[in-house]
Design a protein around this ligand. Structure first.
Ligand code: IMP
Ligand code: MG
Length: 502
């Protein structure tokens, strides 16, 4: 066998590559993944190992150089290589886009071939990840770090430092590619590597190792907390609101996170922070629903709280072709919009099924001009209970991008809504001030019921607590255009929702 480097010993000791399934190594051509590929071939034999390289084409000749390097490496090690060439990327978060693409491709192969997907994350990456998350995310889970075996991939080098992967490559006479992106301070991760870690090492020479050790301790303690949460749930996938309210808030938040994760099928972010809102909704009695983020909706019925997913993928979409530079990344694609609108129409049809069908007594949709017209007309086409429609136009005093909450009616309803079931259809809930005004105004006319159906919501911008019974999508705090949403009256006709490029 070849040199027993520290990297090889650690990968062997990890026990992650001992099975019989094929191993797919994701290789960028950098030192860590070059090391991983060599180690995998040594431990598993070349027959079991293949390589996937994704060429994002982001760095021109350098990207092609990386690809050529991987080709030469695969040939030297005698393993099969597959190269995926990415279509042109988005203007927004390029790293997230590249990651989603890489893991999407790997996941497809994992499913098809039953392959183990191996990635080259090292102990150095682990320390950087933990420090970055510590700064970027106010959650306990952020501090746990990456798992050696988790989320459909294995990380055989997670105990190996970056120096040791370089050592391994040198010992085996393997070269690697340096990513010029690592030299610039453009990415947060690179700044952690180049500025934060050295500063911490100056505070204490074992800083990096201590960060990793602390995460290991937290991971062990996480099992204890998981156990407590399971005791609260007692075999159920929902929880009594009263039980939740009586728990220490820290534990109640963990219960919410656990339910949301199970519903989403992956860690759902930011759910714990919605505890107070959910308890407030629960305290009102009656059924309620709240989108808690990451495509998960919390539902309260008969005093119990459960979570389910909204059936759409928030995965980054490939940009649709357009030539206008004002149109930024796609927030919700046309096909995803249509699928969700149909689903919302089904929910509405289901909920209003028992209403009288005579004219003037059936469900009344109130569209808010102008933005909601596009959503409303698509929505209405899929509602299969008797339904009527009317419109209101309101203007809110404020700047172009911020409403003030002082609202003026430009066009009122044509019909009287006293005693009727009314559903307000809105394009987007931003601060919530417009909707709050509408709910008060229409509510004072004594409808039999008054609910809200909003295509989009930006929870980060909310200024008032609002209960929207139907919500299509949560979007990030970006100014959105398309599918009814305008910027200075333009772009309403886009079939998708995009961010206004800044
Ligand atoms: P709110 O009163 O702040 O909730 O504002 C709601 C209204 O502001 C919506 O009906 C839209 O007309 C407009 N609005 C809020 N956010 C956006 C956006 O991102 N793009 C376009 N219009 C928006
Ligand atoms: Mg509007």
């Amino acid at each position: 066998m070849s040199e027993r480097t520290a990297a090889l010993r650690a990968a062997h000791a990890s026990g992650l590559l001992v099975g019989a399934e094929p191993v797919l190594v994701l290789c960028s051509g950098g030192r860590d993944s070059t090391c991983l590929l060599d180690v995998a071939v040594t431990l598993c034999g070349r027959g079991r190992v293949s390589v996937l390289h994704v060429n994002y084409g982001l760095r021109g000749a350098e990207s092609d150089g990386d690809e050529a390097h991987c080709r030469a490496l695969a040939e030297r090690l005698g393993v099969e290589l597959e190269v995926v060439r990415a279509p042109p990327g988005p203007s927004g978060n390029v790293q997230a886009w590249a990651r989603a693409l890489r893991y999407g491709e790997a996941e497809r192969r994992r499913r098809a071939a039953g392959a183990l997907v191996a990635v080259g994350h090292t102990a150095s990456d682990q320390a950087e990840t933990i420090l970055y998350r510590l700064a970027a995310s106010p959650s306990r889970r952020a501090l746990l770090g990456m798992q050696a075996r988790g989320d459909a991939r294995v990380r055989p080098l997670l105990e190996v430092t970056r120096e040791q992967t370089a050592e391994h490559c040198r010992a085996r006479g393997l070269t690697w590619r340096e990513d010029s992106g690592n030299e610039s301070d453009r990415y947060a991760r690179t700044r952690v590597r180049r500025a934060l870690l050295p500063a911490l090492r100056a505070v204490h020479p074992a800083a990096e190792a201590n960060v990793i050790a602390a995460a290991a301790t937290l991971r062990a303690e996480a099992h204890v907390l998981d156990e407590l949460v399971e005791q609260v749930l007692d075999g159920h996938e929902d929880v009594e609101v009263e039980t939740l309210a009586a728990l220490p808030a820290a534990l109640a938040r963990l219960v919410l996170v656990r339910l949301a994760d199970a519903a989403a099928g992956h860690p759902a972010g930011g759910v714990g922070r919605r505890l107070a809102e959910l308890l407030a909704l629960g305290a009102r009695g009656g059924p309620a629903a709240l989108d808690v983020g990451d495509g998960v909706r919390a539902e309260i019925a008969r005093g119990r709280l459960s979570m389910r997913t909204l059936h759409y993928t928030a995965a980054p979409e490939m940009p649709e072709p357009h030539s206008d530079p004002a149109i930024g990344e796609i927030l919700v694609s046309a096909s995803t919009l249509q699928a969700r609108v149909r689903e919302m129409a089904q929910e509405i049809s289901h909920d209003y099924r028992t209403l009288p069908t005579s004219p003037g007594r059936s469900l009344l949709l109130v569209g808010v001009l102008k933005g909601a017209v596009f959503f409303l007309s698509d929505l209405m086409r899929h509602i299969d209970v008797p339904v009527e429609v009317d419109f209101m136009a309101v203007a809110s005093y404020g700047s172009a991008t911020d409403s003030s909450g002082v609202v003026r009616i430009l066009k009122d309803l044509d019909v009287v809504i006293e005693g009727r079931d009314v559903l307000i259809v809105e394009d987007i809930v931003d601060s919530g001030l417009t909707l709050q005004y509408l709910l008060r105004n229409l509510g004072s006319r004594n409808p039999k019921s008054l609910e809200v159906c909003a295509l989009l919501t930006k929870p980060a911008r909310r200024k008032v607590e609002l209960k929207a019974r139907y919500v299509g999508f949560e979007i990030a705090d970006r100014f959105a255009i398309g599918y009814g949403l305008d910027h200075a009256e333009r772009y309403r006709n886009l079939p998708y929702v995009a961010a206004l490029a800044t």
